[in-house]
Design a protein around this ligand. Structure first.
Ligand SMILES: Nc1nc2c(ncn2[C@@H]2O[C@H](COP(=O)(O)OP(=O)(O)O)[C@@H](O)[C@H]2O)c(=O)[nH]1
Ligand SMILES: [Mg+2]
Length: 455
């Protein structure tokens, strides 16, 4: 086990927003600090009520502290948690006092980094902690909890074990250069490699959903100028977020807001209206609309029923499907939509149509339900052990995939076992990086730097 010689301290709660603040300390000096500050012999996992006096003897606060011994702590080393009153000034004074007593300020994610380095969790679980802190929807929370409890780790173990078995079989022939891999072994190895490839692909296929869970479902609101896109965004967000104006072309920049619908989190993006004869600034906005639409998960197409809508550009409408698009007939407080309207404006599109009035709020609930259903459809059907990988996992899996494919090809071409083994070993290294069998210190530092201070 790695030993950290310094003891770190940090505030683990948001400053100034809570009644109680938690100051966290981890490292070899934790037990001494209990004795020095509170004059008590540390007893593990026992909450103690005490006065906090600084080194100069000044009474700072009335606190609750808990000591955690050795591996029975989050970080895997002696730790101390002090709950003080949630006054940023008090918390600051406590932290300053702890520094005066020999602690050092913790870096971002340093507690979790220590937990990882001390073997309390693997890298995938450490990332799950970050996902938990940042989860904005029930689905994201569920996925993070599953990952924290080892769901992805288990699937990685299956892949790695399969690959180790294959490698062992191939390596057995390396020492006998005269002997080729016998035909029956060849078939078996080919089958095993294909198996690992399938597993790798299954995980890689969750990458986009992972993105959706971590950052929200990218939902773009598009339509002609003045169709009521900004009004609709405001309705869905529940406040006046975007400027609404009778003057067409008001929204030139992009307004992004996060909303929750049932267990889902949507990132709503209000775009510049698709004006067929735009001015210069408007043109820039429209270009950006196309860029955003190219990566969108869901489309909300707004049609103003009171005025003819220009046909949407084919580049856009080609991306619309029943599964990703809802067509809104807006301003129904003024006029009822003609039934032939969708066919007229979006020929051939079989998407759900919802009539609303962004002005009165009529139809908004139906729209929310439709959006929630579309969001539900984005989740991969994977049963209980659903995992959703992140960008780092996807990179490593992609590398492993390339090595595995190369190995399969070499096997097919009858190349030497040694060359085959080298590819398989490469794949093994890449898969190992996911749970953290890595010696790349810089990569680890970068990863934990994404955490917040105190975690
Ligand atoms: N009567 C009525 N007016 C609406 C409705 N939705 C939007 N408007 C009006 O239409 C104009 C353009 O709305 P806005 O949301 O800025 O449209 P955008 O250009 O598509 O973002 C504004 O004057 C809104 O008040 C609606 O449902 N009913
Ligand atoms: Mg607008």
């Amino acid at each position: 086990m790695l030993r950290h010689i310094d003891t770190i301290a940090a505030l683990a709660t948001p400053v100034g927003t809570a009644a109680i603040a938690l100051v966290r300390i981890s490292g070899p000096e934790a037990a001494r600090l209990v004795r020095d500050i509170f004059g008590e012999t540390p007893v593990a996992r026992l909450a103690r009520h005490a006065d906090y006096r600084d080194v100069a003897g000044m009474l700072l606060d009335d606190v609750l502290f808990t000591f955690f011994a050795g591996t029975a702590s989050y970080t895997g080393e002696d730790s101390l948690e002090i709950s003080c009153h949630g006054n940023p000034y008090i918390a600051q004074r406590l932290l300053e006092d702890l520094l005066a007593r020999g602690c050092r300020s913790a870096g971002a994610g340093e507690f979790t980094q220590r937990a990882f380095l001390n073997g309390q969790m693997d890298l995938v679980q450490a990332e799950a902690v970050m996902d938990l802190i940042q989860a904005r929807s029930e689905r994201a929370l569920m996925a993070a909890n599953r990952q924290l409890r080892g769901a992805l780790g288990r699937q990685m173990t299956v892949l790695i074990d399969g690959l180790l078995l294959t490698l062992a079989r191939v390596e057995a022939y390396i020492d006998f250069p005269d002997e080729d891999l016998p035909l029956e072994d060849r078939a078996l190895v080919a089958e095993q490699i294909a198996d690992v490839l399938r597993g790798t692909d299954r995980l890689l296929a969750t990458s986009h959903y992972g993105e959706v869970l971590r950052h929200g479902i990218k939902t773009v609101i598009i339509g002609a100028p003045n169709a009521g896109k900004s009004s609709l965004l405001n309705r869905l967000v529940g406040r006046e977020r975007a400027i609404v104006s009778p003057e067409p072309g008001t929204t030139r920049d992009f307004i992004e807001e996060v909303i929750n619908l049932g267990p889902h989190c949507l990132r709503l993006i209000d775009t510049a209206g698709l004006n067929p004869t735009p001015g210069a600034v408007e043109k820039l906005g429209i270009g950006k609309t196309f860029e955003i639409a190219a990566e969108a998960d869901l489309f909300v197409v707004v049609v103003d029923v009171t005025s003819p809508t220009p046909l949407l550009d084919k580049v856009l409408s080609d991306r619309f499907t029943v599964a990703n698009t809802v067509v809104i007939f807006n301003k129904t407080d003024i006029r009822s939509p003609a039934t032939a309207m969708t066919e007229e404006f979006l020929p051939g599109l079989k998407a759900t149509v919802v009539s609303v009035s962004a002005k009165s709020g009529a139809g908004l609930e139906a729209l929310r339900m439709t959006l929630a259903e579309l969001a539900e459809g984005l989740a991969p059907a994977m049963g209980d052990d659903v995992v959703a990988i992140n960008a780092r996992h996807a990179r490593a899996l992609g590398q492993a995939r390339a090595d595995l494919a190369a190995a399969a090809q070499k096997l097919e071409a009858g190349e030497a076992a040694e060359l085959l083994a080298s590819d398989l070993r490469g794949a093994l290294v890449s898969l190992g990086e996911i749970s953290g069998k890595v010696d790349n210190e810089r990569m680890l530092d970068a990863l934990f730097a994404n955490f917040c201070i105190g975690k």
